[in-house]
Write a protein that binds this ligand. Structure first.
Ligand code: NAP
Ligand code: ZN
Ligand code: ZN
Length: 350
């Protein structure tokens, strides 16, 4: 086993702190990755605080991982030592169900194996994420990071990037479509960049009026400040497509009413459930849908799309000991627009 410095939550209500984990020695089809950067996703907070139930502790979060391959197994075909690679939200799947056969391992019928807060399919041991210095992964769950994307700003693409790219593609957003992006955080800011690159006319819908200038810089044409009185009425029936990234409980119906006839709102944010009114959907044949990350081949497609369009994440680099403070800032909507941990700081701390 490979003893590995990490940062972990020991329970839902203790701050993250130094911890040591054991990684498996690379098997024939595995690669060992030296982790250089790891993005901080709001799902890390939900899970570290057991907000979805069933969390496994101790927990080492982190599923926006980039680094360099430091060793490969004897049967590895796709990778070489020294390759710059990424790992996203899952590290295994059944490889035989309809979803896996369709290349949508994220929807595996047996359940994808989460990069953390999951259990390895063979051993049943807990999986540990990217707030650590190295990780052993099956070569088929590894992504190639295009050279032109700075490595630290590439990390958030592995979750925030694919989670917003996939529904924009799947629901056929096209040039000229009026797209609203709700919530300008990690996912939201990637949604703005990607939808704009696809030719959509993007509007940011935000509770933080101070983010208006950033929204324009990121590629939005317009900005709706939801805390202003009368905003929802003034923008009724406006959008073809709304990407809803809000992480906290909120009124879905208010946002659905901003969709035009036949419009679609896709939820990617995962707060506690709230009541849904039939009247927000039925009279305008609106659709409410959900979407969860993306498969391995689509994630590679997204990375290549980002390279082709000069897209990366807007990041604030933090040291590992700042992680608890970063969580608090994210809960206040105070992130511009993704925290990324410099894992070198963990090597020092560990
Ligand atoms: P984040 O960086 O914290 O951004 C969330 C944004 O939501 C905030 O910046 C804020 O934007 C807005 N917001 C927060 N509280 C709000 C409230 N009470 N009312 C209205 N707006 C509020 O989070 P993230 O990492 O982007 O993740 C967003 C959500 O997506 C989380 O629930 C996460 O678990 C989920 N997620 C889902 C998937 C998937 O596959 N579906 C993948 C990754 C993450 P403004 O300041 O602009 O209002
Ligand atoms: Zn995530
Ligand atoms: Zn499967």
């Amino acid at each position: 086993m490979l003893t590995t410095p990490a940062y972990a939550a020991q329970s839902p209500d203790t701050p993250l702190a130094n911890f040591s984990i054991e990684r498996r020695e690379p098997g024939a089809k595995d690669v060992l990755i030296e982790i250089l950067y790891c993005g901080v996703c709001h799902s890390d907070i939900h899970q570290a605080r057991n907000e979805w139930g069933g969390s496994i502790f101790p927990m080492v979060p982190g599923h926006e991982i980039v680094g360099k391959i430091s060793a490969i197994g004897s049967d590895v075909k796709k990778w070489q030592v020294g390759d710059t690679v990424g790992i996203g939200c899952f590290v295994d799947s059944c490889c035989k169900c309809e979803a896996c056969n369709a290349g949508e391992e994220n929807y595996c019928e047996e359940g994808m194996t989460g990069t953390y807060n999951g259990r390895e399919r063979k051993s049943g041991e807990p999986t540990y994420g990217g707030y650590s210095t190295q990780i052993t992964v099956d070569e088929n769950y590894v992504l190639r990071i295009p050279q032109s994307i700075p490595l630290d700003a590439a990390a958030p693409l592995l979750c925030a990037g694919i989670t917003t790219y996939s529904p924009l593609k799947h629901f056929g957003v096209k040039p000229g479509d009026k797209v609203g992006v709700v919530g300008l955080g990690g996912l939201g800011h990637m949604g703005v960049k990607l939808a704009a690159a696809m030719g959509a006319e993007v509007t940011v819908i935000s509770q933080s009026p101070g983010k208006s200038a950033d929204a324009q810089r990121l590629g939005a044409k317009d900005f709706i400040a939801t805390k202003e009185p009368g905003t929802f009425e003034a923008n009724a029936n406006r959008f073809d497509f709304i990407l809803n990234t809000i992480s906290a409980p909120h009124d879905y119906n208010a946002y659905l009413n901003m969709l035009r006839r036949d419009g679609t709102m896709v939820l990617v944010g995962l707060p506690d459930p709230l009541p849904l009114s039939a009247f927000a959907l039925v009279p305008k044949r609106r659709r409410l849908a959900g979407s969860m990350i993306g498969g391995i081949s689509e994630t590679q497609e997204m990375l290549d799309f980002c390279a082709a369009h000069n897209i990366a994440s807007d990041i604030e680099i933090i040291q590992i000991h700042q992680i608890n403070e970063a969580y608090e800032r994210m809960l206040k909507g105070d992130v511009r627009y993704r925290f990324v941990i410099d894992i070198a700081s963990l090597k020092v701390a560990g």
